[in-house]
Write a protein that binds this ligand. Structure first.
Ligand code: CP
Length: 320
């Protein structure tokens, strides 16, 4: 595997899940694979889970790990070609990327949507430059439009906890005070569309996900109706994807607190498990009682980030 961005990059999902459970059984089984290999993890944005779980995954495989917080200690980077660099940016990404590539064997990058341009965000302008100029395999640690390590961990979690062979999985929008990217819901939709589940998306009008990710998923604008009989509730806020009105891209169109997932919502489900990628704003996205219930999977879900990252790094090492 040279790039890990979309669900298609991981190939057959049953095989990927079998590998995940093999690693979960013995996470050091491939500890010789990464000997004398270096993973460079580059963060343009904050992280707790991705940073720790990906470092742990690389260590499981015997790799050396370098973590760079671009905004803390590195030179401020220019990303646009043709700019006269007479401002506060001392280095261009076009030099920085191949230099970073020269110090490692595999690169992971986190770079969120800027909301300055829907076109630039959805063309993955930053990550694609890493793919083009680093000379190394690149895996996405949450980009402008996708968060595949999270979705793979979510799929592992659903596989572990499902009580029927084809569970009903509902992705629900929930309110948040700030504009958040669409990376998590985009990827979750993409992975659930590829998995053997009955997948439903619910959100207020105007929050339609890009069709490249939503695919043929059932969209239900009535949240309570969507929740009926659900086996898994996956809550997440996202800002306007700008599908129907491009001028609204990145805007907060609603803070309707009736969409906060609480006991009233969970009561119409099939005793559903609650999922969220974390970090989560309590009593905006989900009530205290729902996230603290025995049916809340947020901690095992986060723990599975180590497993998804180990599988992805293992695949990349095997392809070097
Ligand atoms: N879920 C997730 O990616 O968490 P972090 O932002 O803390 O890495």
């Amino acid at each position: 595997m040279k790039v890990f961005q979309h669900v298609s990059d991981i190939g057959d999902l049953k095989t990927a899940l079998a590998e995940a459970f093999e690693i979960k059984e013995n996470r050091f089984k491939y500890s010789e694979l990464g000997k004398n290999k270096t993973a460079l993890l580059i963060f343009f944005n904050n992280s707790l889970r991705t940073r720790l779980s990906t470092q742990k995954a690389a260590m499981n495989l015997g790799m050396n790990v370098i973590v760079l917080d671009v905004n803390q200690g590195a030179w401020k980077l220019e990303t646009e070609r043709g700019v006269i660099m007479d401002g506060d940016k001392s280095e261009h990404l076009l030099e920085a990327i191949p230099v970073m590539g020269s110090y490692c064997d595999i690169i992971g990058v986190r770079s969120f949507a800027t909301f300055e341009s829907r076109k630039d965000d959805y063309e993955e302008k930053i990550l694609n430059q890493f793919i083009k100029y680093s000379g190394r395999p690149v895996f996405f640690m949450e980009s402008a439009t996708v968060h595949p390590l999270q979705s793979f961990a979510d799929l592992i979690t659903i596989e572990e906890y499902k009580r029927t062979s084809r569970p009903k999985v509902v992705l629900t929008w929930a309110p948040h005070p700030k504009a958040l990217p669409q990376a998590v819901p985009n990827s979750f939709a993409q992975w659930m569309n590829a998995a053997d589940v009955d997948f439903v998306i619910t959100h207020p009008e105007g929050y339609e996900l890009d069709p490249a990710f939503a695919g043929n998923a059932c969209v239900e604008y009535d949240q309570m109706k969507a929740f009926e009989g659900a086996d898994f509730i996956y809550a997440k806020n996202w800002s306007c994807p700008g599908v129907t009105r491009p001028e609204d891209y990145g805007k907060v169109l609603s803070k309707d607190m009736s969409w906060t997932v609480d006991a009233r919502h969970m009561a119409v489900t099939n005793n559903a498990f609650f999922m969220h990628c974390l970090p989560v704003r309590r009593n905006m996205i989900v009530s205290d009682d729902v996230i603290e219930a025995p049916t809340s999977l947020v901690i095992p879900e986060a723990a599975n980030r180590e497993i998804s990252a180990t599988v992805v790094l293992k695949r990349m090492l095997q392809a070097l």
